[in-house]
Write a protein that binds this ligand. Structure first.
Ligand SMILES: Cc1cc2nc3c(=O)[nH]c(=O)nc-3n(C[C@H](O)[C@H](O)[C@H](O)COP(=O)(O)O)c2cc1C
Length: 275
């Protein structure tokens, strides 16, 4: 058993390549340690996200320990298409981890990009991507920043050059906060898909075209998180992200220090009257 899905249960795997072949730009929830877990994936899928990644999982721990498998990976029948992201130094360990998880996953991603993404010398990045393509990867995601760059603008021009050098799909990532940004980035890079991390934390409904988190989405998060038994810190942190743009400084001072699920529910009930 992995997480809450049993090996005997029929898993409805979906080929993510069908999305890339559909001709639409694929809308993707990025891997996010601590955040892109089953409950959050369930929420973003409800709001037009096509494809989700798990948080990065250390392949060696996953192979070694049943406890690590159960705590790091949870899925269910509706959680597809799903890409499981591993960090691994050795090919054999990655392969072993992939074998264990493959009955439940629609793809495996190798994290090659933390913290480097593109290289200062773009030719080296193009060369690396072409080697990965020759090795048989299905697609490549590029966060258009180099190791030194944290807050500088994303190099969408570099992503475009990478895209033009490859035959497989390329996914663009970095600083996409709204559906309009996604359209612009698609236009600038000609990428086949758009991956979003912080934009979805702030507004899990952004792929459905909402400019800021709708109350319905907050309500959905509460329902889904409680149903999944989400630990309080994770439940609360997601709400802080989602409510960042729609609450005043004063409200944040009160909300952000709440320390129990019941206190959060009382707060939401008092302020929005929906729980
Ligand atoms: C909270 C958080 C956790 C992240 N965890 C991962 C991770 O597990 N694996 C990974 O490859 N990238 C991770 N990243 C990087 C994002 O996937 C993404 O590449 C980066 O945030 C840029 O995209 P954005 O501008 O849409 O946030 C993380 C980012 C954030 C904000």
């Amino acid at each position: 058993m992995i997480g809450d899905i049993r090996e005997t249960e029929e898993c409805q795997l979906k080929d993510p390549m069908d999305l890339f072949h559909s001709g639409q730009v694929v809308k993707i929830c990025a891997p996010m340690v601590r955040y892109s877990k089953l409950a959050f994936r369930t929420l973003v899928r409800k709001y037009s996200c096509d494809l989700c990644y798990t948080p990065m999982i250390v392949a060696a721990d996953f192979v070694r320990s049943a406890k690590a498998r159960d705590s790091e990976f949870t899925t269910n029948k509706g959680d597809h298409p799903l890409i499981v992201q591993f960090a691994a130094k050795e090919a054999q360990v990655l392969c072993d981890a992939a074998r264990i998880v493959c009955p439940f996953a629609d793809g495996i991603d190798l994290n090659c990009g933390c913290p480097q993404r593109i290289h200062e010398d773009l030719k080296r990045t193009v060369d690396l991507c072409q080697k990965a393509e020759a090795a048989g990867v299905s697609w490549i995601t590029v966060h258009g920043r180099s190791i030194e760059e944290r807050h500088q603008p994303v190099h969408y021009d570099a992503i475009k050059i990478i895209k033009q050098s490859m035959s497989i799909p390329v996914v663009a990532n970095g600083d996409i906060k709204t559906l309009k940004d996604a359209e612009n980035v698609h236009h600038l890079t000609e990428a086949d898909g758009i991956m979003v991390a912080r934009g979805l934390l702030a507004n899990p409904a952004m792929f459905a075209g909402y400019e800021e988190t709708p109350f319905q989405c907050i309500q959905d998060w509460v329902d889904i998180a409680l149903e999944h038994g989400t630990p309080f810190t994770c439940f609360h942190h997601h709400l802080m992200y989602m409510m960042e743009r729609i609450t005043s400084k004063q409200e944040k001072k009160v909300f952000n220090v709440l320390s129990s699920t019941s206190a959060v529910l009382d707060y939401l009930n008092d302020h929005y009257g929906v729980w």
